[in-house]
Design a protein around this ligand. Structure first.
Ligand SMILES: NC(=O)c1ccc[n+]([C@@H]2O[C@H](COP(=O)([O-])OP(=O)(O)OC[C@H]3O[C@@H](n4cnc5c(N)ncnc54)[C@H](OP(=O)(O)O)[C@@H]3O)[C@@H](O)[C@H]2O)c1
Length: 256
């Protein structure tokens, strides 16, 4: 068996939402390093997106950038169409972008709840609906949603965010049965605490950071690169017999 070949993504086209920064950026770089042509994505044209595209292009020169705010319902399908039009195909969809609003549950407004559900659940469904026909035509596709350890260990100040990630994971299990016969796998990768921009303000509080670290069996926060190996497995032929799975990348944080 040629294991390196199973991970090879040469000839595959991928869209990674929310890849201007953080975990999405690391996954986009990983897919590009293994040969995929990648559409990187951010909400709008920005220096950080240009820099990510430049780095991805060093590995995969035909990669492109697409933009759009997924809190606008019409954007999800359009993003997929833009990626297909720019790349000429779409074999891999990584639904990574999310909105996370931290505040006590009783203060969450209707608009804040809707925004999180829109980006984290509704946009994911719409993008999958838009991406599947191209995958079905080839009888090959990989869909990866990015969930959260909060599916199992919800944080009291992120009640809607946690619920949205659980809803997305349920969608994955449901669709795995429906998409399997077409050669399309769909899985969820659930990170724990990963050092990205969104965590900078809270982890700046040393006492809070120590408390969180103490409930992680591996006793450290994750780096964005820690999510890449699992993503490569689930987006390549190496993961061809894995579907409907929720794969935690959390240093053991979800353990009771
Ligand atoms: N970091 C963690 O500890 C952690 C833990 C568990 C789960 N996760 C999940 O992992 C994924 C990536 O998180 P991260 O920490 O890497 O994120 P991040 O560094 O905060 O980056 C967020 C990305 O999403 C994009 N984005 C934000 N709002 C958007 C919107 N309304 N429409 C479209 N794109 C939007 C951002 O684009 P711009 O650059 O244009 O703003 C950026 O590319 C998310 O699904 C998150 O829920 C993260």
């Amino acid at each position: 068996m040629n294991i390196p070949k199973l991970f090879n993504l040469a000839g595959r086209a991928a869209l990674v939402t929310g890849s201007s920064r953080g975990i999405g950026r690391a996954i986009a770089l990983g897919l590009a390093e293994y040969g995929a042509t990648v559409a990187v994505h951010g909400t709008k044209p920005a220096k950080v997106l240009d820099e990510t595209l430049a780095d991805v292009r060093k590995l995969s020169p035909r990669s492109v950038a697409v933009t759009g705010d997924l809190s606008q319902p019409e954007v999800s399908a359009r993003l997929v169409a833009d990626a297909i039009s720019a790349l000429g195909a779409l074999d891999i969809l990584v639904a990574n972008a999310s909105v996370q609003i931290r505040k006590p549950w009783v203060e969450v407004t209707q608009a804040e709840a809707e925004q999180q559900m829109q980006v984290n659940v509704h946009a994911t469904l719409r993008m999958i609906q838009a991406a599947v026909p191209a995958m079905r035509a080839k009888k090959w596709g990989r869909i990866l949603t990015i969930g959260s350890v909060q599916q199992q260990r919800p944080h009291p100040d992120m009640v809607v965010y946690a619920a949205s990630k659980s809803a997305q994971e349920n969608l994955v299990r449901n669709l795995a049965k429906q998409l399997g016969p077409d050669g399309i796998t769909i899985n969820n990768l659930a990170p724990g605490v990963i050092l990205t921009d969104r965590n900078v303000p809270v982890l700046a509080d040393g006492a809070y950071a120590d408390r969180v670290r103490s409930i992680i069996p591996l006793r450290s926060f994750g780096e964005t690169e820690d999510c890449v190996g699992a993503a490569l497995l689930l987006c390549s032929d190496a993961g061809r017999y894995i579907t409907g799975v929720d794969l935690l990348v959390d240093g053991g944080m979800a353990l009771p």
